[in-house]
Design a protein around this ligand. Structure first.
Ligand code: RUB
Length: 311
């Protein structure tokens, strides 16, 4: 068991050195490939147990982004279906499916950019929150197609992912303004559309994304500003079909304030919130643009998943 490498990847995800739902999904797929390359298992049964153990470690790192268990499930599905294969065949299945997931994921981000860019008009002002590869793919692709857009990016406290976003946008030459999270409603009148990513999308079309997203959606709704979500189909949450709620990750209070200075203080630090479907105008996926009400069909049709299956 290549403990150190797998634990390092798991730790990178937990501590957010690797962050963003798509990136953590690809990191998990890659970890399974590494575990396969380095395994010392002598039998198929031992190998299956080892992969199951590694899967559990990876899935436990961050609880909200369903891209993580969906990636693990995609990579290990072949293994569960194969009852007679020998060890080398099983190893090949994992390595192939891990590569497949990673390539499909990168392609999906590009495709989302192309599809989403069609919904951006020349001269638009776009507001984005946190740091989403998918949302930025739409923005960058629209700009590359010659649309003269401007972006307003939120800081996204307490972890400041907005700083990653503005750096990325400025590198592309896109005019960008940074605002504090609480200034969103103040500037909403200048915005043509909001574009954010997603960590999970539930069967009823509710979108789970960085804390603050639902407040932005509310302000957009009030100002009649379009609210777009850019997300690959592996961000849809199969278990919400059978009533499971998406777990919201509660992170270390010290991200918000140094608790040593406030020993009596209670601090709550949820990393994500839930935006109800009624505030979402459309979801841009690699398979096309869908209304949030189509989330149920995406989960039913796209996933090789049946109610009762565990992920
Ligand atoms: C990141 C976040 C992003 C989604 C989608 O949160 O909320 O909007 O993960 O990102 P964190 P992407 O920084 O806590 O991981 O489109 O890159 O998958």
């Amino acid at each position: 068991m290549p403990k150190n490498e797998i634990e390092k990847i798991a730790d990178d995800i937990r501590t957010m050195r690797v962050r963003g739902a798509g990136r953590i999904a690809r990191a998990a797929a890659n970890a399974l490939k590494i575990a396969t390359a380095k395994t010392k298992a002598k039998t198929a049964a031992d190998f299956k147990r080892e992969i199951e153990h590694v899967s559990k470690i990876l899935i436990s790192t961050r609880p909200t982004a369903v891209s993580l268990p969906n990636a693990v499930r995609y990579v290990t599905l072949g293994l569960k279906q194969e009852h007679d294969s020998d060890l080398s065949a099983l190893k090949k299945i994992i390595a192939t499916r891990a590569d497949e997931f990673i390539n499909n994921s990168k392609e999906a981000v590009k495709r989302i950019g192309e599809i989403g860019a069609n919904r951006i008009s020349d001269g638009d002002v776009i507001l984005t929150h946190c740091n989403s590869e998918c949302a930025l793919s739409v923005i960058k692709t629209a700009f590359k197609k010659g649309k003269q857009i401007k972006v307003i990016a939120t800081e996204s406290r307490p972890v400041w992912q907005g700083r990653l976003t503005v750096r990325e946008l400025l590198k592309e030459g896109i005019p960008t303004t940074l605002i504090i999270d609480s200034a969103v409603r103040h500037f909403m009148r200048d915005v043509d559309e909001v574009i954010v990513g997603a960590d999970s999308i539930s069967a009823n079309g509710a979108v789970v994304n960085k804390i603050g997203t639902s407040t932005i959606a509310l302000a957009a709704h009030e100002a009649r500003v379009l609210f777009f979500v850019a997300a690959e189909t592996y961000k849809f949450h199969p278990e919400t079909l059978v009533g499971r709620l998406v777990k919201i990750e509660e992170r270390d209070p010290n991200e918000v304030v140094n608790l040593k200075s406030f020993p009596e203080l209670k601090v709550l630090n949820p990393a994500f919130d839930v935006t109800p479907a009624e505030y979402v105008d459309l979801i841009i996926t690699e398979r096309g643009i869908i209304p949030p009400s189509a989330a149920y069909s995406v989960i039913r049709d796209i996933f090789e998943w049946k109610p009762g299956d565990k992920i």
